[in-house]
Design a protein around this ligand. Structure first.
Ligand code: QV4
Ligand code: CA
Length: 537
């Protein structure tokens, strides 16, 4: 019996569902399109001191370089080889970053693009990030090497090799996603090459992978590839630790020009079946055994609730999580927005909140980070010039701040600790950073003391470690609530910071019986208050 329990525990510790974060840190930040050199600095000067557990980096593999449009961010989702030079830097810089982040206890998670290589019309030549030769038409990628034998062409049954219907699981997995040459992951050779790439990164010290486009790969093929992975580098992780794996299984794909989409939708009714989130035959649950899965419904629904669309209210969050039809918490990776849905790519829709709606965005991030559901990922974006025509952003392709030759600019840090040069750095916003710390402090504590006004004022505690109160109604709130926190004066980490024995924001005094009075005006800069064990004065 004892042995069985031990075996179960070991199994749990080894699971690929565990982010392997250190020092009780719980959240990951996606430093979208950041250079390796800047990430290394950020780990040391900001992420470690502020309790971030890890960084999701943009794909480090060699990719195509697109010049029309001008160096779009999405070129990095079109691999040319598994060489490690990219728009974010050289292999040396990548190694240096992984080492320096690990040395301060911040994990690195790699965005792994293994479903495909570049698009069929990617041309030929050396317009690739390490300068490797390739020929897309002949499916020739000599620096892997892959040749036409290594792609799914024969398996795909559509006339032009494209995925035409998301209602057909064979098409979704064996045909091309927006013309991207689809790898034959059933082949031992291809599996071996992909595993070799991932293992090289494991040797360098990464803690896990965000696996791109998992819906387009058979779970059986992924089982095989993951089965070939090494355990993590013992310089930084305990022996036998498996890489953390979180798989991108997004809901429907709608990345076509609106007219093209409308035409298809009208001529081929099947398209309608796949537009809604969760309406497709491929289910996220097929991937649960293998690792965590991105819960896109979380992002869409949270946006609706905070925007109060579709008659949604904050009080409905009482059953937030599985109660909303989301996947089990221990399988979920959650986020307010991601690099796709913040710019209208892929699933999510208009409700998704982003830095463009900063006040509501902070409320949403606050809810996500205070609530126990899932592993949380904070988005860190750059600004681009949005230009809407008929509801579609014509500039959704725009890459990060860059120099005239297309190279990515560094991230400058202003004296007030915000970022300059169009880097948004949501992860440095006081309200978000302090809620990341809140989540670390309350980790493992149950959600308790739920309170709501039946509308858009809510509050809850996490055991006796933290308490959050939100007013998203159009009127002021003045309530006395049970917090379960020990008696004392606490610094509200949303309106300010605790510094030494004083507080730069609102103060909350909790009485001996655990009760405290909260006043939040609907016109407050940020209409919520959060206090926790470490913000006690
Ligand atoms: C276009 C047409 C095709 C045509 C082709 C040929 O759309 O119909 O056949 O030209 O000329 C880019 C362009 C896209 C272009 C394609 C190939 O935007 O217009 O096809 O390149 O040249 C990102 C972007 C895509 C981009 C892709 C590759 O979002 O726009 O395509 O990178 O550069 C579904 C999936 C999900 C996916 C999501 C976007 O199930 O897995 O769509 N999400 C992930 C990533 C995402 C990435 C990919 C997958 C692909 O998060 O960022 O797509 O790796 O929901
Ligand atoms: Ca595929």
């Amino acid at each position: 019996m004892k042995l069985l329990i031990l075996a179960a525990l070991v199994g749990l510790c080894l699971a690929q569902h565990n982010p392997n974060t250190k020092h009780n840190r719980t959240s990951i930040v996606h430093l979208f399109e950041w250079r390796w050199a800047d990430i290394a600095e950020e780990c040391e000067r900001y992420l470690a001191p502020n309790g971030y557990g890890g960084v999701q980096i943009s794909p480090p593999s060699e990719s195509i370089v697109v010049s029309n449009p001008w160096h779009p961010w999405w070129q990095r989702y079109q691999p040319i080889s598994y060489n490690l030079c990219s728009r974010s830097g050289t292999e040396e810089e990548l190694k240096d970053m992984i080492t320096r982040c690990n040395n301060v206890g911040v994990n690195i998670y790699v965005d792994a693009v293994i479903n495909h290589m570049c698009g069929a019309s990617g041309g030929e030549g050396t317009h690739s990030s390490c300068g490797s030769y390739f020929n897309a038409k002949n499916e020739d990628f000599p620096s892997v090497p892959y040749s036409s034998w290594d792609f799914n062409d024969d398996k795909c049954k559509t006339p032009n090799e494209e995925i035409e219907s998301y209602g057909d699981i064979f098409q979704v997995r064996d045909c091309r996603l927006v013309s991207l040459l689809d790898l034959a992951l059933e082949k031992d050779y291809v599996r071996g090459k992909v595993a070799e790439y991932l293992n090289k990164l494991i040797d360098l010290g990464v803690a896990g992978f965000r696996v791109d486009a998992c819906k387009h790969m058979w779970p059986g093929d992924l089982t095989n590839v993951y089965g070939r992975l090494k355990t993590l580098n013992t310089t930084w992780f305990s022996p036998g630790t498996k890489p953390f794996i979180y798989q991108e299984v997004s809901a429907s794909h709608q990345n076509q020009s609106y007219l093209k989409w409308l035409f298809k939708a009208l001529t081929q009714m099947t398209v309608f079946q796949v537009i809604d989130l969760g309406g497709e035959p491929i289910k996220a649950s097929e991937y649960f055994e293998l690792g965590r899965v991105t819960e896109f419904k979380y992002s869409t629904k949270l946006g609706k609730v905070v925007r109060k669309w579709d008659k949604e209210k904050l009080s409905y969050l009482k059953s937030w999580g599985e109660g909303w039809g989301f996947m089990p918490s221990d399988k979920a990776m959650v986020f307010v927005d991601n690099h796709d849905n913040q710019r209208g790519h892929a699933a999510g829709g208009a409700s998704v909140l982003t830095f463009w709606d900063s006040r509501l965005y902070k409320i949403a991030a606050g809810i996500m980070l205070a609530h126990p559901y899932g592993v949380t990922r904070v988005m860190s974006s750059y600004h681009w010039d949005r230009h809407f025509v008929n509801g579609k952003d014509q500039n959704d392709w725009m890459g990060p701040p860059s120099n005239a030759n297309g190279s990515t600019k560094p991230v400058p840090i202003n004296p007030d600790s915000t970022c300059g040069d169009k880097w948004i750095c949501e992860h440095r916003w006081r309200q978000i950073r302090n809620m990341v710390i809140f989540r670390n402090v309350v980790d493992g504590q149950p959600l308790s003391n739920w309170w709501d006004n039946g509308n858009n004022q809510i509050a809850f505690s996490r055991g006796s470690k933290g308490f959050i109160v939100i007013n998203n109604d159009d009127w002021a709130m003045d309530v006395t609530l049970n917090t379960s926190l020990p008696m004392g004066t606490y610094c509200d980490v949303i309106s300010g910071d605790k510094s030494g024995s004083s507080c730069t924001g609102k103060q909350v005094s909790v009485a001996a019986d655990g009760r405290a009075t909260f006043s939040i005006s609907n016109t407050d800069k940020d209409p919520f208050i959060a206090i926790h064990a470490d913000s006690k004065l």
